[in-house]
Write a protein that binds this ligand. Structure first.
Ligand code: CTP
Length: 132
């Protein structure tokens, strides 16, 4: 059994999210997602998520290629989370290329190409423009 872990906010779920989760799962047999808490997202991106944690959780847990979701409370705890969830592979989008190489002592670290031309930030901007 090869266990995969990935992290993110997955706010305003879009096709880039679906593709990376699906591809992450195909690297093993079990996918755990560390889903950023609302507070963590506020610190990280300077805004509250559009969808609160419970809604993001419900969306992710309904995907057939997501096996488990837990709340990521702190960016400083990645090593602990990887160990706790017994992950063999950490998968991240290549916007994080090289940023998680420090965990190569406890798991494989794989960066997958992002889907071009879509992001939660861009969707929010487009919706704002339409309404101004
Ligand atoms: N991701 C991806 N392709 C995209 C957007 C995101 O593969 N077009 C991946 C990221 O690389 C990350 C995961 O999806 O591994 C979660 O990313 P997240 O930051 O939640 O989504 P973004 O759309 O990038 O959000 P934002 O615009 O707020 O940064």
């Amino acid at each position: 059994m090869r266990r995969i872990i990935t992290f993110g906010t997955f706010d305003v779920l879009h096709v880039g999210h679906i593709r990376i989760l699906n591809r992450a799962r195909s690297h093993g047999d079990h996918l755990t997602v560390g889903l950023s808490s609302d507070e963590l997202n506020l610190n990280k991106k300077g805004r509250c998520p559009v969808y609160p944690y419970q809604s993001r959780l419900e969306l992710l847990t309904s995907l057939r290629f997501v096996d488990d979701v837990f709340k990521e409370e702190s960016l400083e705890l990645k090593r602990e989370y990887i160990l706790q969830h017994k992950a063999d592979v950490l998968v991240m989008g290549n916007d994080w290329e090289g940023k998680f190489d420090e965990f190569k002592d406890i798991c494989d670290v794989v960066y997958l190409p992002r889907t071009p031309s879509i992001s939660t930030t861009e969707i929010i901007e487009i919706i704002k423009e339409v309404h101004t």
